[in-house]
Design a binder for this molecule. Structure first.
Ligand code: SF4
Ligand code: SF4
Length: 446
C-alpha cells in the first residue's frame, strides 16, 4: 500500500458505489482503430448551433481538413476524419433517434492515418484571444461527454474573473477508462493543455482531481508537475458521481456553485483531462479534432479496450472490429449510469462518446425489468448527491405535475446522475422520468 492510501481522502455527501468493472481495460494501452469505408459526420454533435458545410458533394477532402464551419460563437467546426470524397450531405439517424444533417465521406481504401492538414505554430506567443479563436477552430468540445464548446468555457463573461482551473480526471462511470489511459499515456500533452487553458482563462493555479482507483495516474502526473506549485494533483475518494463538475469543485476547493449557476460564477473553470490532453496535442499543430479515445467494454465485447476511433465511424464497424454479441438494445453510449441506449447501430461515434458498453445480460432478467410501487424506503433520498427528493418527484412525474416538480422540488438541480434509480428497490426509472419532465418543462418555457 502506498503512502497515498494512508490518508482519508475528500469526498462529497451521499452518492453510490456501483461495481467499477474497470479492470478489464484499465491496463490496456490505447490502440488505433482502422478507417471504416464510410464516415458519417453529423453537423450537430455539440451543444450549440450546428456547423455549416463548406464542402460540396463529389469534393475530395484530406484527413484533418475543415469540412464545416462554426455558425457563430456557440458552435464549432467539423474536420474530415479520413481522406476520401464527400459522397452526400443528407439527413442521417443519430444515437438518440431523430435524423440530423451529416456529411458522409467515402474513405479511399489506401487512406493513411497521417494528418494531412495543419502546420506548427508557437502557442506560447499567441494572445489569449487568438488562442480562444484557435480552440474554436480546432472544433474542440468537452470530451467527458457533455460536448460543450471548449472555447466558450475558457472565455466566461468578463465580470467573472477566474482564479482556478479544475481538471477533471475522476472518470467515475463504471467500465470507462479512457481518461485513465490518457493520463498515463499523454501526461505531457495534458500538462501542455492545462497551461494553455490557464493562460486563456486567467487562472493562476490548476488542481487536477483524480479518483483514488487511479493512483498510478496520480503518480505519473506528480512526476511531471512544475516546481512552482501552480499545478497540483489530488486523489479523491472513488465514489459515483465524483466526476460531476459541481461536486468536484466542492470537494477540491470547498466552493459551492450556485443552484442553476455555473462554476465561473465562483471563479472556476472546469475541463476534463481528455479535452485538455487533446488541446495540448492539436493546438501546437493547428489541427482539428478528428478522433477520440473510446472505451469498448462490457460482457458483450470480445476484445475490450481503449481505442482511438476516427469521429464518424459507424458503431456497427467499431463493434464488428472488436467482436460483440447483442443488438442495439444492449448497447449503451457512455457509461451504464448516465449513458443512453442507441436507436440503431448505423449511427456514428461523435465527439461526446466516451464509451460503448455492451450488456446483453440486461435483457435476461425479467425481475430487473418489472417496476413496482414506491415503498417509501428513502434510499433514493440517501443516494442523491444534491439532496433532492427523488421519491416525491417520481410521484409527481407519474401524475404529470412537471411544473410542480420544478417549483417545489428543484427538478432543474437534478443533473441526471442516476443514483436514485440505481438504489431503488422498486426499479422505478426515476432518472428517465426526470429527463422527460425537464424536456417537457423546457418545451413549455419555449
Ligand atoms: S438523478 Fe437527479 S434526483 Fe436522482 S440522484 Fe441524481 S441528481 Fe438526484
Ligand atoms: S428508492 Fe424507490 S421505493 Fe424507495 S423511496 Fe425512493 S422511489 Fe420509493
Amino acid at each position: 500500500m502506498g503512502l497515498l492510501n494512508l490518508f482519508k481522502r475528500k469526498t462529497f455527501a451521499h452518492g453510490v458505489h456501483p461495481p467499477e468493472h474497470k479492470e478489464e481495460t484499465a491496463h490496456l494501452p490505447i490502440r488505433r482503430m482502422p478507417f471504416a469505408p464510410r464516415m458519417i459526420i453529423p453537423l450537430s454533435q455539440h451543444f450549440g448551433a450546428p456547423a455549416v458545410p463548406v464542402v460540396r458533394v463529389g469534393q475530395e477532402v484530406v484527413r484533418g481538413e475543415p469540412i464545416a464551419r462554426a455558425d457563430g460563437f456557440m458552435s464549432v467546426p467539423m474536420h474530415a476524419p479520413a481522406t476520401g470524397v464527400v459522397e452526400s450531405i443528407q439527413l442521417m439517424p443519430t444515437a438518440r433517434g431523430p435524423k440530423t444533417e451529416a456529411i458522409v465521406i467515402r474513405v479511399y481504401p489506401a487512406a493513411e492515418q497521417r494528418v494531412l492538414y495543419g502546420a506548427p505554430r508557437d502557442v506560447e506567443n499567441m494572445t489569449p484571444d487568438d488562442i480562444v479563436q484557435a480552440v474554436q477552430d480546432s472544433g474542440m468540445v468537452g470530451l467527458g461527454g457533455a460536448a460543450f464548446p471548449t472555447h466558450v468555457k475558457l472565455k466566461p463573461p468578463k465580470d467573472f474573473p477566474i482564479d482556478t482551473l479544475v481538471v477533471n480526471g475522476c472518470e467515475c462511470e463504471p467500465y470507462l477508462t479512457t481518461d485513465h489511459r490518457v493520463m498515463l499515456e499523454h501526461t505531457d500533452e495534458l500538462l501542455s493543455g492545462i497551461r494553455i487553458a490557464m493562460r486563456v482563462s486567467g487562472a493562476s493555479r490548476a488542481v487536477i482531481g483524480v479518483e483514488d482507483n487511479k493512483l498510478d495516474a496520480v503518480e505519473a502526473i506528480k512526476g511531471k508537475l512544475p516546481a512552482d506549485g501552480s499545478i497540483t494533483v489530488q486523489a479523491v475518494t472513488t465514489k459515483y458521481p465524483q466526476g460531476s463538475e459541481k461536486l468536484l469543485v466542492k470537494v477540491l476547493l470547498d466552493r459551492e456553485v450556485p443552484s442553476g449557476g455555473f462554476p465561473y460564477q465562483i471563479g472556476v473553470v472546469v475541463n476534463n483531462v481528455g479535452t485538455l490532453a487533446q488541446l495540448g496535442m492539436l493546438l501546437p499543430q493547428s489541427q482539428g479534432l478528428i478522433e477520440r479515445v473510446v472505451t469498448l467494454a462490457g460482457p458483450g465485447i470480445k476484445k475490450p479496450g481503449n481505442y482511438m476511433i476516427p469521429l464518424g465511424t459507424p458503431l456497427r464497424f467499431a463493434l464488428e472490429y472488436v467482436g460483440y454479441e447483442g443488438d442495439a438494445t444492449h448497447i449503451i453510449l457512455g457509461g451504464p449510469m448516465m449513458g443512453n441506449t442507441v436507436a440503431s447501430l448505423d449511427v456514428p461515434v461523435t465527439k461526446g462518446v466516451t464509451g460503448i458498453v455492451v450488456m446483453p445480460e440486461r435483457e435476461r432478467s425479467p425481475a430487473a425489468q418489472t417496476i413496482y410501487p414506491c415503498i417509501r424506503c428513502g434510499r433514493c433520498l440517501d443516494a442523491c448527491p444534491v439532496k433532492l427528493n427523488p421519491s416525491q418527484m417520481g410521484r409527481l412525474a407519474a401524475k404529470r405535475l412537471y411544473t410542480e416538480m420544478q417549483q417545489k422540488y428543484h427538478l432543474n438541480d437534478c443533473f441526471e446522475c442516476g443514483c436514485c434509480s440505481y438504489v431503488c428497490p422498486s426499479n422505478i426509472p426515476l432518472v428517465q422520468y426526470f429527463r422527460i419532465a425537464k424536456a417537457i418543462n423546457r418545451e413549455r418555457a419555449a
